[in-house]
Design a protein around this ligand. Structure first.
Ligand SMILES: Nc1nc2c(c(=O)[nH]1)N[C@H]1C(S)=C(S)[C@@H](COP(=O)(O)O)O[C@H]1N2
Ligand SMILES: [Mo]
Length: 407
């Protein structure tokens, strides 16, 4: 007992960096490694950002390694970056930045950010932001797009006003059913006269008190890469709805049809299709809430434990779109047996939930530690990425890390 406890303490004292990623490629997890990993990870070099892993340069897309997501509240420098076009220039006058609310409203308005901040109640919430393609690299065969592992997600603190309050002030007409969002980012080709991406949501989600027009991230002005000076935060749903550099919300009497709303974009099959097949646009439904997911954030994948280590302290986060996480279980025998973890309440609705566990490692040698979350509706993570779709949304297989106990 005492011996094990001592060794546990030793593990805690060792930095992840010193232990990290020492296992050979081609170990059992290779089948789940992102395809892009073969080229070697490229590290983000950007002021104010941590060394995220670059999944694409044009547009800039970078994910957060799981072990960098260990904080309870994701620090701004560690939040993933996902752009579809170019990053616009920083506006000179932040408070004077105007947002247009129009369409199916009684009083269309152009409201300056300064007025928005002053006229509506300011709220601060810890809210999940997750790319619709998070987990894409786990699809087989490979789906089109950035090969996210699990790092297209984060849960920072946002301050803003409720979109619902602003829409109510504009007076939503009875025929309104949907929103359409516009940002100020130029397209990849540099065009400024057409939207790079323009997604929208059912009015019900727009009226949810947790859907924010946000102007602060972790208590500071939102940095340029994350949508300065103002953006939407639509927690629990595909990140593409959380429009950065927000310029306009068009309230609509039909489903929005901007770029990113049709075909295979942000849509998944209503009934499962053959993996790798073309699929039929008519059989696709809009991806709204993200599925249940857990990530182990400590220790890092590939950690080596000192000889004699027989206990492993684990921790991570789990989240579940519109739902709460009810349980997270872990396995060290490839899913043959499972052990429950301790799952904390979320800081508020739409915040991720911390899970912790101590698992016994009966011998020296190689282990995979798997984590599987189950939500309040009973949905759980599959063993492999399910419901394959051409653009690779919603892959949420059980999370796996590799650990080696030295002999
Ligand atoms: N204007 C604009 N907003 C946008 C995007 C974009 O390309 N342009 N990308 C969206 C996508 S796909 C995601 S996942 C989130 C990512 O937000 P982040 O870069 O702050 O992490 O922003 C969304 N908002
Ligand atoms: Mo995204």
């Amino acid at each position: 007992m005492i011996k094990a406890a001592t060794r546990r303490t030793m593990l805690k004292g060792t930095t992840i960096g010193a232990l990290g990623m020492t296992l050979p490629a081609g170990a059992a997890l290779a089948q789940n490694a992102p395809a892009s990993a073969a080229k070697g990870p490229k590290v983000l070099e950007m002021d104010g950002k941590a060394k995220l892993l670059v999944l694409g340069d044009r547009p800039l897309v970078a994910e957060t390694p799981a072990e960098m997501l260990d904080d309870d509240v994701t620090p701004t420098d560690k939040l993933f970056v996902r752009n579809n076009g170019q990053i616009p220039d920083m506006p000179a006058d932040l408070k004077g930045w105007k947002i247009r609310i129009d369409g199916e409203v009684n009083t269309p308005m152009d409201i300056a950010l300064g007025d928005l901040m002053g006229k509506f109640e300011n709220v601060t919430l810890q809210l999940m932001l997750e790319c619709g393609g998070n987990g894409r690299s786990f699809f087989s065969p490979e789906a089109r797009g950035n090969q996210w592992t699990n790092g297209g997600a984060g849960c920072p603190q946002w301050t803003g006003v409720r979109l619902a309050d602003v829409l109510k002030a504009a007076g939503v007409k009875p025929g309104a059913i949907y929103t359409g969002h516009y940002g100020a980012d130029p397209t990849l080709a540099g065009e400024t006269d057409k939207p790079t991406l323009s997604r929208g949501m059912r009015l019900e989600k727009a009226m949810d008190p947790n859907t924010l027009i946000a102007f602060r991230l972790n208590g500071k002005d939102i940095p340029l890469a994350h949508g300065a000076p103002v953006r939407l935060v639509v927690p629990g749903w595909a990140g593409s709805l959380s429009t950065k550099w927000l310029k306009r919300i068009w309230v609509r009497d039909k489903e929005h049809d901007g770029p990113g709303m049709g075909g295979f974009s942000y849509r998944t099959p209503k009934t499962p299709i053959v993996p790798g097949s073309k699929g039929n646009e008519k059989d696709m439904a809009i991806l709204e809430a993200m599925p249940v997911r857990s990530i182990i954030t400590f220790p890092a994948d590939g950690t080596k434990l000192a000889a004699g280590a027989r206990k492993l302290d684990l921790r991570g986060h789990a989240w579940a779109g519109d739902n709460e996480v009810k349980s997270v279980d872990v396995s060290i025998d490839y899913g043959a047996t499972w052990k429950p973890t301790t799952v904390k309440e979320p800081a508020n609705r739409f915040a991720w939930q911390r899970f912790t566990a101590t698992v016994d490692l009966p011998t020296a040698g190689y282990y995979e530690v798997w984590a599987k979350a189950t939500d309040s509706k009973g949905a759980t993570q599959p063993f492999a990425a399910a419901n394959w779709n051409p653009q690779g949304y919603g892959a949420n297989p059980v999370n796996r890390i590799r650990v080696l106990v030295e002999s």
